[in-house]
Design a protein around this ligand. Structure first.
Ligand code: GLU
Length: 462
């Protein structure tokens, strides 16, 4: 069997978002599953709209997610010569012809067709046929080149997601494959690339279903079998609209900055349009051992930020304290926090309550940087009842010669019995003073991770 070769072929005309990157994830995974080759091809022929910044987001996003291509990136703009070469081949084979119809004539044609309730399409005026006389060539007009689409029969393919699709050639007009200045057009470049890059499986968004029969006809004209196609249903945003930059979709790299783990993103994106039984949380390795084209979803998937956060939280929880400490470090630097060897234990204590690395970093920073307790909470918890107990606790903690959880737990217990207060009456104000919030993990564990001097200082503010 031939080696599986897949590709991700983004157009760098906007920052790639989650919907786009999912179209990279599946071909990447399919190649990995089959020990194949995953190729990155940048489709940058729309020079007015393509930007280097958008290319950078693609490269950075894929690197972050660990989806580095095995080959590429190839840039279509660097392959123009090759497209022209293949265009010459088609010319010599009589598969293309020059068309001199002006924009005004095309518009008029379209209007007449619409008025007659016909589907607008090029009418073949300039298509040479045996026994047909072509109109006189207008002076000073550079023609476009049109592809001679077969007039009869059907184009069909067995789509791995959509099943058998069959289109009558009558529905397809002769596609422009080179502009008046000779530059090749989109569908033609895609086919030449897919042939040259020996792509076996094209896995892409279903906005390309309409291009596929046209592309298949070009494959045929060039004497090549077409690849297997899998057209992925759209990804919708939370409002049910197609995910797009215009309606708020974020660049994929934004999720890195927001503290999502790449393995959680892969997990979430994998499930957004594919399933393995009821499995919701899985590792990249599991995904790569399970992925297939047979379990791709057939209907549109909807992005759900709360679910993404939940998946991220599960992956954070599953990390060891040492690994988590390493992962959170850059986020701490961003906050200006220089952690020490208490960091892994802090991660262990806090990981269950953080759904992003940013949230974890914020929590950890509480131990290192001064906190601004919420004034309402301060007023609520630090009062005449709690103040004497806080002072007592502060004194005993200051004198503690051992700084560990059992010692601190004993001190708290002693203070409670000496003052007759209940645990929450002491724990709440102490939490607010130490961490700025009354919601923290267990008090003795929190205190033990603070620097002893720091605790005394913060409790002095009661
Ligand atoms: N460049 C196209 C896009 O970004 C993808 C083309 C393809 O996968 O065939 O939508």
């Amino acid at each position: 069997m031939s080696v599986v070769r897949t590709r991700f072929a983004p157009s760098p005309t906007g920052f790639i978002h989650l919907g786009n990157i999912r179209s990279a994830l599946y071909p990447w995974a399919f190649a990995k599953v089959h020990q194949g080759v995953f190729i990155l091809r940048i489709e940058d022929t729309d020079q007015d709209r393509s930007t280097q910044a958008a290319v950078d987001v693609i490269l950075q996003g894929m690197k972050w997610l660990g989806m580095a291509p095995d080959e590429g990136p190839f840039y279509q703009m660097q392959r123009i010569k090759r497209y022209q070469e293949v265009l010459e081949q088609l010319k010599s084979a009589g598969e293309v012809y020059p068309c001199y119809m002006s924009i005004q004539e095309l518009d008029a044609l379209r209007e007449t067709q619409i008025a007659n309730k016909l589907k607008p399409k090029y009418d073949g005026t300039w298509r040479p046929e045996i026994g047909k006389t072509l109109p006189p060539i207008p002076e000073g007009v550079q023609p476009v080149l049109r592809f001679k689409n077969p007039k009869d029969g059907f184009v069909s393919w067995n789509d791995k997601v959509k099943g058998l699709i069959e289109i009558s050639n009558e529905e397809l007009d002769d596609l422009v494959i080179a502009r008046p200045d000779g530059t090749p057009t989109y569908n033609f470049c895609v086919v030449v690339d897919d042939i040259d890059m020996a792509i076996t499986h094209v896995i892409r968004g279903d906005d390309h279903v309409n291009n596929t029969p046209r592309q298949i006809n070009i494959f045929k004209a060039l004497g090549h079998a077409h690849p297997t196609y899998a057209h992925l249903p759209t990804v919708l945003n939370e409002q049910g609209e197609k995910l797009s930059k215009r309606n708020g979709a974020k660049a994929v790299t934004a999720y890195e900055a927001e503290g999502y783990l790449p393995e959680a993103m892969i997990n979430y994106l994998a499930r957004l349009g594919w399933s393995h039984g009821d499995d919701e949380v899985f590792s990249v390795e599991q995904f790569l051992s399970w992925f297939d084209l047979d379990h791709l979803g057939k209907s549109a998937a909807q992005f759900d930020e709360a679910k993404l956060k939940w998946v991220n939280a599960q992956h954070i929880k599953a990390l060891s304290q040492e690994v988590l400490a390493e992962r959170v470090r850059p986020f701490l630097s961003a906050l200006g926090v220089v952690p020490d060897d208490r960091l892994p234990a802090m991660c262990q204590l806090l990981k269950d309550r953080c759904d992003t690395l940013v949230a974890l970093a914020k929590w950890v920073s509480v131990f290192y940087a001064p906190v601004q307790p919420n004034s309402e909470e301060l007023a609520k918890h630090v009062n005449d009842v709690s103040r004497p107990a806080i002072a007592l606790l502060k004194g005993q903690l200051e004198e503690a010669s051992v700084w560990d959880v059992p010692t601190i737990a004993q001190i708290i217990k002693d203070v409670l019995s000496q003052t007759g207060l209940k645990m929450p009456q002491l724990a709440m104000p102490v939490r607010v003073l130490l961490a700025g919030t009354a919601q923290t993990p267990s008090l003795d564990a929190v205190i033990s991770l603070f620097n002893q001097k720091e605790v005394v200082e913060r409790l002095s503010k009661a």
